[in-house]
Ligand binder design. Sequence first.
Ligand SMILES: Cc1ncc(COP(=O)(O)O)c(C=O)c1O
Length: 469
Amino acid sequence: MSEAEIPIELDRESNVSLAAQLASQLRKAILAGLLQPEHTLPATRRMATGLGISRGVVVRAFEQLSGEGFLESSGAGGTRVVVRPDIQSPPRKQQHPNRSLDSADLIDLTPGRPAGSPFKDREWRSAWKRAVSKDGYSDLPPAVGTLVLREAVAGHLAVSRGLAVEPDDVIITAGTSDALHLIVSMLRTRGDRPRVLVEDPGYPRARRVMRAAGAQLLTVPVDEDGLRTSQLAALKEIPDAVLITPSHQYPLGGRMAVQDRLGLLNWADQHNVLVLEDDYDSEFRHSRMPLPAIASLPTNADVVLLGTFSKNLSPWLRCGYLVVRGDAGRGLKALREAMDTPVAGVLQSALAHYIQEGGLSRHITRARREYSHRRALVIDRLGQRGNLELGALEGGLHAVIRFPEPKAAVVAAKALQQGIRVVPLADYYAERAPMNGLVIGYGAVTDLQLSEALNVLRSLLDANPSAED
Ligand SMILES: Cc1ncc(COP(=O)(O)O)c(C=O)c1O
């Protein structure tokens, strides 16, 4: 692979930042074919010295172009060009009306898929090297998780969530699904078929897992602001536990008001209901700050916080954690000890190194920048259009679009024929009649792909006169 020589001229008097100027000139060189996929770019430090600018400026320009899908960092191999100008704007769609689902160029906007970049991260690889270079692998990892990872999680929660947690309060899980399985199993030690109240709409996998583990589900209709205290008073049956997404209602995207949080804790304390706080993506806020976790509020109710590395790193890891306390905490730890851990020790060591060396928070900062950029793209392409309502934009890595017509399932099917996968909002509803709309995950696509997908969706929605401007 050859290293590219590109003439760059920066105007220090300009109002445009040096990073934006550099990104713009590199982008132009790629689009003009001067830079090709066989080219690597000079190391950031060398480019910075050559141009007489700080390395941070070069890093910002490279990150911008990586977010847009023009560049890719291959660790020690440097940064390379990934876009081929000659195949960048193919005459799309209509020639392939029935493109196969697994075709490589499917643009998959299924929610819950984060940026795939951490595995290419040099710090991630070095954390794994350290994890496998230690002697003595003869023991089983501790059932509740290794102490170093529990310490690292406690440290991460203190910084990212302002949550004061002792490592002893943490149980390492194989993600939220595993955590819910454990929780339902613990509730089953108290009574045969535990009842768990869930939000409708909500996270379908959580419902499936809890049902499979033996829970009986009760649903409560919610809007984007989640569960209201007034709804709890009207419940016909008191559940054993309630599962909520207070920081970012899934999938509608609002947040539960402070009064409702306090009301919920009061009610849970009175009726001895276990509160399960699914805090799946609160690190990614784009506008308002997240409210403090329910698990950090003073209460006598039992609250369990469910955290995951699926959104801030990757669901491929199958790793997460629980923050536990009280009777429920003791019950969960005892059951985990009895049932053993499904989480590999080597993964726990690598993750602990990655978190403690600051790799995770740097990755989150980079990903947050990428996501806010894509969120801006969604607002730019789909905002302010007739009957179309955009939601879930305050945080996370998905958006919800609602529209009266055409039917979301029809739009999703037509989009798929054109190589774009989106999920109808109806898939998240359990019992209530669903709202018409789509959920668009923008975590795992490049800006170019997202922009292309949004154009397709816009034209499908515009085909219906009532959704036009
Ligand atoms: C609401 C919600 N909670 C949790 C998760 C993460 O689940 P897991 O940790 O099992 O990957 C997701 C992933 O999409 C989610 O949407």
